[in-house]
Design a protein around this ligand. Structure first.
Ligand code: F6R
Length: 599
């Protein structure tokens, strides 16, 4: 969701910015633009893709300082006018901004009554405010700092001054932003991927800090203007991690990576004695709490529903799972010793972060399970568990979901052992079996493509049913299908359809049923018969040992509790092929953003 990249150095900046913006495409956007400075400011912006922006950029303009942006519309429609960069009235200041300024109307009324605004964006308010304050203070850095101190809400900002070819002004609050360091250049980017083509050295920024980014130095200042020193870190990413290689889409690559991710998790969470390796403080926090509250959104919420099963069944601790955006204003009664677990692939989801801020204020401990260790949710929680899934670029989450479940299973077993509970479950051994089963499934793409073609070629809607943990996997299957193929898909508990939704079943309506659990195998098959009797075109995905003649697809046998990690793979692949055959943009579905940094 919105991305920023900025560069100040010796090289021509156009290609560096465009390349960086391409690396940010995965976050989701609907317009893009760059501004470069050389004698004067030159702005190119477009509605649509970076490829269109490339065509719009004037090749003859050369500059060694510039800022770029991908925009996901919040205030104002996706349009060229609303695309960033935005300029102040005189044209002296040019800005790119991510986030949402909550008090923009107040700022407008108090400081900009005489300014004629050109766009509908909250961003233009910031750049106009900086110009007004600079007219008053005659000091750009002071005006910049004063302006950002007046703002409430979330922002990551990069600003250039047409009268200063040696500075990019940078500020951050709640929205992610990193400084990239080089020999004779410096950069700024929403995430390290956008600058990895020029550096692997980065500086984290804290909320409310501002930065003077120059060719030869980076000055970080706190809100009072006091200089702050900070050590850089090395991004543990390889540029090949963020390339598609021979794959047509990132989503397909990431589906295929799942067995390797599970093996990596086993390796990372095991010590030399083959015991679970986990921060003892996390173990203690899990042991001490009387109830766990899992907070997450979307696919991560679906992983949380399964995490509840693991923790309750193995570690015997009650767990509630909440959608982050609901929890923040509708907090339930909490237990005496709660532990909050935030599950987030990106670690930047604003809905989850807003709950984290509230629960920290209440003094409750927080553990973040994330794929991005330096992310906001990771930094602000007391503890972090890393997913080790490698960058997930496709908007539709696949490998992070299975990684989340694997880490939750390990956490549950570790807690059970710490509590002295007897378990007949070796998570590492069972996860190794899961990894092999995943591999067997990713080798059957042709069969799954055929199923997608048979069941979903022109359908308007599709239902997923399951009982117990299969129901939760069905929820994830329906989310995958709808987000990338735009087929209206819903997941239901097998017994629930007949309480209303069965009215929608018509001749040929696709119903995908999961049957991987012995205790409900009979009843879920009964639900399939009910929908078939009303004309549904049903497909059963079962597990070896529980399968029956006529099942559309059979997954290999794995431990009952871990079936979701395997049964989701055919659902991911069916969604992928359904979207592909409908000519949808698989990796960048319409209206969606990878990193949802606004509430
Ligand atoms: C769906 C998907 C989203 C995310 C959700 C939370 O494929 O990716 O539903 O799961 O936006 O994002 P994170 O996990 O980054 O907090």
């Amino acid at each position: 969701m919105c991305g920023i990249v900025g560069y100040i150095g010796q090289e021509d900046t156009k290609e560096i910015l465009l390349n960086g913006l391409e690396k940010l495409e995965y976050r989701g956007y609907d317009s893009a633009g760059i501004a470069t400075l050389n004698g004067g400011v030159n702005i190119s912006k477009v509605k649509g893709r970076i490829a269109t922006l490339r065509e719009a950029v004037d090749e003859n303009i050369h500059s060694t300082l510039g800022i770029g942006h991908t925009r996901w519309a919040t205030h104002g429609a996706p349009s060229k006018e609303n695309a960033h960069p935005h300029q102040s009235t005189s044209g002296r200041f040019t800005i790119v901004h991510n986030g949402v300024i909550e008090n923009y109307m107040d700022v407008k009324n108090e400081y900009l009554a005489d300014v004629e605004l050109k766009s509908e964006t909250d961003t233009e308010i910031i750049v106009q405010l900086i110009e007004v304050l600079n007219n008053e203070l005659q000091d750009v850095n002071a005006a910049f700092r004063k302006a950002v101190n007046l703002l409430t809400g979330s922002y990551a900002i990069a600003l250039i001054d047409a009268e200063d070819e040696n500075t990019i002004y940078v500020a951050k609050n709640k929205s992610p932003l990193l400084v990239g360091l080089g020999e004779d250049f410096n950069a700024v980017a929403s995430d390290s991927m956008a600058a990895l083509h020029i550096t692997d050295q980065f500086l984290e920024l804290m909320d409310k800090e501002t930065v003077l980014l120059r060719r030869e130095e980076v000055i970080i200042q706190d809100p009072n203007g006091k200089n702050v020193t900070r050590e850089p870190f090395t991004a543990e990413l390889d540029t090949t991690d963020i390339e598609k290689g021979t794959y047509p889409h990132f989503m397909l690559k990431e589906i295929d990576e799942q067995p390797f991710v599970i093996r990596k998790i086993i390796q990372q969470y095991k010590n030399e004695d083959d015991q679970i390796k986990l921060d003892p403080e996390i173990r203690e926090a899990m042991k001490q709490c009387d109830r766990i509250y899992i907070i997450a959104a979307g696919t991560s919420y679906h992983a949380g529903l399964l995490g509840k099963q693991f923790i309750e069944k193995l570690a015997n601790i009650p767990v509630e799972v909440h959608v982050a955006s609901e929890f923040s204003y509708n907090m339930p009664l909490l237990s005496e010793k709660p532990l909050f677990i935030y599950i987030s692939q990106s670690g930047e989801t604003a809905d989850s972060r807003s709950v984290l801020v509230q629960t920290k204020e209440l003094g409750h401990p927080a553990l973040t399970i994330t794929n991005v260790p330096g992310s906001t949710l990771s930094r602000e929680a007391d503890y972090t568990l890393h997913l080790h899934a490698g960058p997930e670029i496709a908007v539709a989450s696949t490998k992070a979901y299975t990684a989340q479940m694997a880490v939750l299973a390990i956490l549950a077993v570790d807690t059970a052992r710490a509590k002295g509970l007897e378990l007949d479950f070796d998570p590492m051994q069972e996860l190794a079996i899961v990894a092999n089963a995943m591999e067997a499934l990713t080798d059957q793409k042709e069969a799954l493509e055929e199923l997608a073609k048979d069941y979903l070629p022109t359908t308007r809607n599709c239902f997923f049913i399951g009982r117990g943990i299969d129901f939760y996997v069905g929820l994830e299957g329906s989310l995958k299908l709808k987000e990338i193929s735009y087929i209206q898909a819903e997941g239901f508990a097998g017994g629930e359809l007949k309480h209303g939704t069965i009215a929608l079943i018509e001749e040929g309506t696709p119903v995908i049923a999961l049957a991987t659990q012995k205790n409900v195998n009979y009843s879920i098959r009964g639900n399939v018969q009910e929908v078939e009797a009303r004309g549904a075109n049903s497909m059963i995905i079962s597990m070896k040992g529980l399968n029956k003649d006529g099942d559309a697809f059979v997954i290999p046998h794995v431990h009952d509790l871990l079936t979701p990690l395997v049964s989701v793979i055919p659902l991911q692949l069916i969604s992928y092929y359904a979207a592909l055959h409908r000519d949808c943009d698989v990796d960048k579905p319409r209206n969606l953003a990878k990193s949802v940094t606004v509430e």
